[in-house]
Design a protein around this ligand. Structure first.
Ligand code: SI3
Length: 291
């Protein structure tokens, strides 16, 4: 069984102008993450993949393309969570058959599910598969928060091996690390990689690693070696870059930065905005400034 720890790029979605999935673009992004970025893993079907705007068939196709391109070169974690539980169950079985290393599932969102319902959701997804699961915890987008006690209840299922912690609450992160030394904690905010690493995470999953992998690796390695001031200097540059990316449109700008490196990363899926000439110009400036 593959060790799940390490740095993962959250795989970008790649779309043609008509909104269809660009297989060519996806394959190029995947190869770039393996050959150039030297990532430990890919998180397929997450927020960065614009997943929640896709049909079940499109999600399946992207899981297939990622596995076909990556083979066993890199750890593959599939985000199968959906507000449609039947779809999540189906996708979990689908990626198990494809040979993915682990699944992840976002907390069900939109309706204000109570904790018992959320717990039931995870149990139902896991019933049908023999796979390791990482909970996708991202309260700022889902509105779903857990206490330590609630995490404890979820973690009673041995198939749940960890959490992708996209949350800026370092007190909670520290409590989690102490309470669950055997569970895997992946940091989800790239701008907080250094402090999260200091607190003892097992890895990180991020959108900006598609383009800023080298600095992310340096921060992670330096922090683990307790070379904090060197790591902080790189986190500062990284956060200047992330601030500029966020100001110009997160996923689109990352794709435009990849375009500067010769990767046909494609467009975003509507209702996300198409690229404007100003956005393209700004992405070129950002590229020049940081790369
Ligand atoms: O699911 C995913 O694609 C992620 O891993 C998401 C990851 O946590 C990113 N969060 C979102 C909402 O995109 C971060 O990498 C984030 O883009 C980055 O820290 C910039 O804020």
């Amino acid at each position: 069984m593959r060790d799940l720890r390490g740095l993962y790029s959250a795989l970008l979605g790649s779309f043609n102008e008509d909104g269809s999935v660009s297989e060519k673009g996806l394959r190029q992004i995947i190869r770039h993450n393996i050959d150039h970025n030297k990532m430990d893993g890919l998180y397929v079907g997450g927020s960065t993949g614009e997943n929640f705007m896709l049909s079940t068939d499109e999600k399946k196709r992207i899981f297939e393309i990622a596995k076909d391109e990556a083979k066993d070169d890199i750890t593959l974690m599939a985000q199968v969570g959906s507000v449609n539980l039947k779809e999540s169950i189906e996708l979990a079985k689908f990626v198990e058959d494809l040979g993915y290393d682990a699944i992840s599932a976002v907390t069900p969102f939109y309706y204000k599910f109570d904790f018992d319902e959320v717990h039931h959701y995870y149990e139902r997804i896991l019933e049908g598969v023999d796979m390791r699961m990482v909970i996708y915890f991202i309260p700022f987008l889902t509105g779903v928060n857990f206490s330590i006690e609630q995490f404890k209840t979820l973690f009673e299922n041995k198939k749940i091996v960890g959490v992708k912690f996209t949350q800026g609450d370092f007190y909670l992160l520290e409590r989690m690390r102490k309470t669950f030394p055997d569970k895997l904690i992946f940091a989800g905010f790239d701008e907080m990689l250094l402090p999260a690493t200091v607190l003892g995470i097992d890895g990180a999953i991020g959108s900006t690693y598609n383009v800023n992998a080298e600095r992310a690796r340096q921060i992670y390695d330096l922090a683990r070696a307790e070379k904090i001031s060197e790591a902080r200097a790189i986190q500062h540059v990284t956060n200047d870059l992330i601030t500029d990316i966020l100001d110009n449109g997160l996923y689109g700008t990352i794709k435009l930065l990849l375009e500067e490196q010769g990767i046909e990363a494609g467009c975003c899926r509507e209702p996300m905005k198409p690229y404007t000439p100003e956005m393209r110009t700004r992405a070129k400036e950002i590229y020049k400034k940081y790369f």
